[in-house]
Each structure stands twice: as structure tokens, then as C-alpha cells.
Design a protein around this ligand. Structure first.
Ligand code: AMP
Length: 476
């Protein structure tokens, strides 16, 4: 055991007289250039090192924005917990084949956007472009199919896509996600949509839920044949992109935004007319549940999500962008009944959603929507000199242990500067400890609004303050 040596007690000596340094009388510029010349003759100035900048499409989340992030995180978390979801975190780096197999090779993400590279062991790895495939991997790897079903998981984290950056589109962006595995019931789809709707609705962001059914693979095969036939008959009227899509991934013609293609698209066959009875019943049930909950939706027959794994219900949440007269997609989701099997598990129906965080925050800012109040310090601890600083540090720790949020600038010496800081932050009370208070075992409690001060016992200070703040009703 280390021996405890008694620390010497330093008595504060009388303050030294302040020696004011005379400022140079000469104009600074002349003096500086003379200095520069001198430096130049002795050692040549080293070239300033180039600053390293962010990669394109990447963003820092600065302190000034953190309250938005906290508000959205806490909202997502409370919704997830209220609906009985457990939190899961998976790594950002995964085996590339997880996404090659999971998302489908002929998708924009896999073909153009994935960050895929060989690591130092020559293993092909990917920075996850989305998280559903990783959730399924974790569900299988950790035997979650053995647990009572459905398994309800939620996540929060960064995703990576090498897209062309613009407002609301980055190469690293964040998503929350709610995923339900092991239950085929349409009530699950409705619940996931309800949770998503609550996320926007409770912040006051006006949104529309676009919804469609993509059926099961058999339904889709029948529909694709009809769609291709129809588009071929209108070949002369469609863009080159649509022609290419007809060959590679016909459903994507329905995503086309080219003006010239819109009349053809408007009259195209609709997938709902090709659904099997089971798929149709499933879809009708989802809509009935949403009607019951009073959640408004828009049946969008051209909504086909860009990933292969979707089956049956698909949906997107959009908000109208008044400035640009356009619509912004805030989030997308749907059912993926075949993905677990595709990734090596037993047939396991599933459904989920992934709201994009940056796009929600853009809406909160643009619409100046109120956020929940942030925690505010309730007292400022001010000190004068080293001895009182030690006591102030102790008081700060005691306040924290008592659940009182305090603020301080212990590196500052001037009482005026400290009280100004407390005032600027609108902190209602200040504790002031000077030499006299240290000797007497007291502290000054100052009401920052009225300026009224009283001297109280150092050891009782947290309790007395708590009573003043109305957070401790116990009798002293
Ligand atoms: P997705 O996984 O493509 O369905 O995207 C779901 C949501 O994630 C979108 O609606 C956006 O809110 C968000 N998102 C997708 N890609 C990006 C991106 N490159 N930058 C910012 N947010 C994105």
C-alpha cells in the first residue's frame, strides 16, 4: 500500500504588486517587420503544413447541432422502447458478400454506391450501405430464431454510400431503424408504419406515407412480363434510361422522373392487379389497420423500392418541400420475407423501416420546429483563488452527486468574469467561495435575478439549493 504523506498546507502569501508592462510606443507594424527581417536572416520560415479537410460527402456534426441529434435520438429511442424493441448495434464493416447477396447485384447501391475494398488480409469488405442485411446476419449468427418470435430490434448508426453529394445526400449519413423478424402478420407492417409516422408526427413534420405492395416473387414475375410488354409497345416514347432498365431491372422504369416518360408511366399496368389472393389480403389488412389508427396514406402504384429484398408491403415517407415545390423522401421501409432465407436461414418473414436522420433534421430546422428543452445548469460555482478553488471543486462534485446540474469556469480567477458567464447562460443561482468562506466553512448563495445573497453552511449547500429549486421537499 502506498504510504500517505501529509500534503503541505500552503498559506496564501500577500498578493504581489502588479507590475504593468509598458506597451511599445513605436507602431507595431514597424516593430514586427524588423522582427521578421531578423528571423529571415537566421532561419527561413518553414512552409505552413497543409490542413487536411473532410472527404467529399462527409460531414462533421458540430456542437451547435447536437441538440437536434439528441432530440431525434431520444424520440427514436422512446418510440422503440414504447413498442418493446431491443437495441442492437452491428459493425459498420461487414463481409462484402452480405450486401452482394442481400441487396441484389442489379441495384444502384451495389452497382454504383458501395464502399467495397480489400482489407490487409485481402478479404473483400464493405462499409455498410444500409443495416437490414446486417440485422439479419446478426439474427442468424446469434440464434435469435430460437427466441420467442417476433424479435423486435432497433438501431441507430452511420451508413455509407458513394453517391453524388448534395443537400440531404451525403456519403456518410445516419439512419435509425426498427426491424421485426419472425412474424408474417400484416399487423406488424402496420405497427412499423405507425412507429415511423409517430417519429415525424410528434415533431410536427407534415408527412405523407406512400404505400404499395410489391407482392411475392410469383406475383412480381407475372407483373414484370406485362410491364415489359406494355413498355415495349411504347418504346418510341420513353428515355434511354428506361430502355436500359427494361432489360436489366424492369420495375425501375416506374422510378423514372423524366417528363417525357410520365404519360407512359401513368397508364402502365399496376402491380396491385397482379397480386395473388394472399398478397392482396395482406395488403388490404395493412390498409385497414392504418385506417383504424387514423394514419393517412397515399396509395402509390409506382412505388417500387430499389432493393431486391422487398416483398409485399413497401412504403416511403415524403414531405413536401415548399421552397422547391418538390417532395423529399425522408425514409423507406417494407416487408422482406425472403431475406433471412437468402442469407442462409430458415424461411422467416420480416418487416422494417430506416428513417434517415439528416433529412429529418433538415426539416426540423427549415420549419423551425420546437425541440424538447435541454438540460440547463441550475447553479454556477464561482471561486476566488487556489484554496477556494479546491473547495469549489469539491462542492461541484457534491452537487453532481445530488443530481444538481452545476456549471463552472475553474480556470478563471476574476469573480466578475465568472458571474458574467453565469448571467450569460441564464443560470438562476451562483455559489461563491472566497478566502473568508473557506476559513468559515461557508458559501455565499446568490440569486442571480435579484442579486440577493445569503451565507450558508458549506456542507448543507446542496440541500439548501435543492429546496430553493423545489427539487428537495425534505425538511432540514
Ligand atoms: P433507403 O435505405 O435508400 O431506403 O433510404 C432510407 C432513408 O435514408 C432515405 O429516405 C433518406 O432519408 C436516408 N438516406 C438514404 N441515402 C442517403 C444519403 N446518401 N444521404 C442522406 N440520407 C440518405
Amino acid at each position: 500500500m502506498a504510504s500517505l504523506k501529509k500534503k503541505p498546507v500552503f498559506k496564501k502569501s500577500a498578493p504581489k504588486p502588479v507590475v504593468k508592462k509598458e506597451l511599445p510606443r513605436k507602431p507595431l507594424t514597424g516593430g514586427q517587420s524588423a522582427q521578421k527581417k531578423e528571423n529571415a536572416s537566421t532561419a527561413p520560415a518553414a512552409p505552413a503544413k497543409k490542413q487536411i479537410q473532410l472527404l467529399r460527402g462527409m460531414k462533421d456534426i458540430l456542437p451547435r447541432d447536437q441538440h437536434y441529434w439528441k432530440a431525434v435520438y431520444e424520440k427514436a429511442q422512446s418510440i422503440a422502447e414504447d413498442f418493446g424493441f431491443d437495441r442492437i448495434d452491428t459493425p459498420v464493416l461487414e463481409d462484402a458478400s452480405l450486401f452482394l447477396r442481400g441487396l441484389g447485384k442489379v441495384t444502384d447501391i451495389v452497382e454504383k454506391e458501395m464502399y467495397m475494398f480489400e482489407d490487409r488480409d485481402a478479404d473483400k469488405v464493405t462499409l455498410r450501405p444500409e443495416n437490414t442485411a446486417s440485422i439479419v446476419r446478426a439474427y442468424l449468427q446469434h440464434g435469435m430464431w430460437n427466441q420467442p418470435q417476433p424479435v423486435k430490434l432497433w438501431y441507430w448508426g452511420p451508413m455509407f454510400r458513394h453517391e453524388r453529394p448534395q443537400e440531404g445526400r451525403q456519403r456518410q449519413f445516419w439512419q435509425a431503424g426498427f426491424e421485426v423478424l419472425g412474424d408474417p402478420s400484416p399487423v406488424i407492417d402496420a405497427m412499423v408504419i405507425q412507429m415511423t409516422w409517430l417519429l415525424y408526427n410528434e415533431f410536427g413534420v407534415p408527412v405523407t406515407i406512400h404505400i404499395n405492395s410489391m407482392g411475392m416473387p410469383d406475383d412480381r414475375t407475372r407483373y414484370k412480363m406485362e410491364l415489359v410488354q406494355y413498355y415495349r409497345a411504347h418504346r418510341a416514347e420513353i428515355c434511354e434510361n428506361c430502355k436500359a432498365r427494361l432489360m436489366k431491372n424492369p420495375l425501375r422504369v416506374l422510378d423514372c422522373k423524366e417528363e417525357g416518360c410520365q404519360p407512359v408511366k401513368a397508364n402502365a399496368p399496376q402491380i396491385v392487379d397482379y397480386l395473388s389472393n394472399d398478397s392482396r389480403d395482406h395488403f388490404m389488412k395493412v390498409l385497414e389497420y392504418l385506417d383504424e389508427l387514423g394514419i393517412p396514406y397515399f396509395l402509390n402504384h409506382t412505388l417500387v423500392r430499389g432493393l431486391d429484398y422487398y416483398t409485399r408491403t413497401v412504403f416511403e415517407v415524403v414531405t413536401s418541400d415548399e421552397e422547391q415545390g418538390s417532395q423529399t423522401a425522408l425514409c423507406g421501409g417494407g416487408r422482406y420475407d425472403l431475406l433471412v432465407e437468402e442469407l442462409g436461414g430458415k424461411p422467416t418473414p420480416a418487416c422494417g423501416v430506416a428513417p434517415g436522420i439528416e433529412r429529418l433534421i433538415v426539416q426540423l430546422k427549415k420549419r423551425q420546429l420546437p425541440l424538447p428543452p435541454q438540460r440547463q445548469p441550475q447553479v454556477y460555482v464561482a471561486q476566488l483563488g487556489d484554496l477556494s478553488r479546491r473547495k469549489a471543486m469539491l462542492l461541484f462534485a457534491r452537487l453532481r452527486a445530488e443530481g444538481v446540474m452545476a456549471d463552472q469556469d475553474f480556470s478563471k480567477g476574476s469573480l466578475k468574469a465568472q458571474l458574467e458567464s453565469a448571467n450569460a447562460k441564464k443560470i438562476p443561482f451562483a455559489f461563491v467561495i472566497g478566502q473568508k468562506e473557506v476559513q468559515e466553512g461557508t458559501v455565499i448563495m446568490r440569486d442571480m435575478d435579484s442579486g440577493v445573497q445569503e451565507t450558508i453552511d458549506f456542507n448543507k449547500a446542496p440541500q439548501i439549493l435543492k429546496r430553493k429549486l423545489g427539487i428537495d421537499k425534505s425538511v432540514e
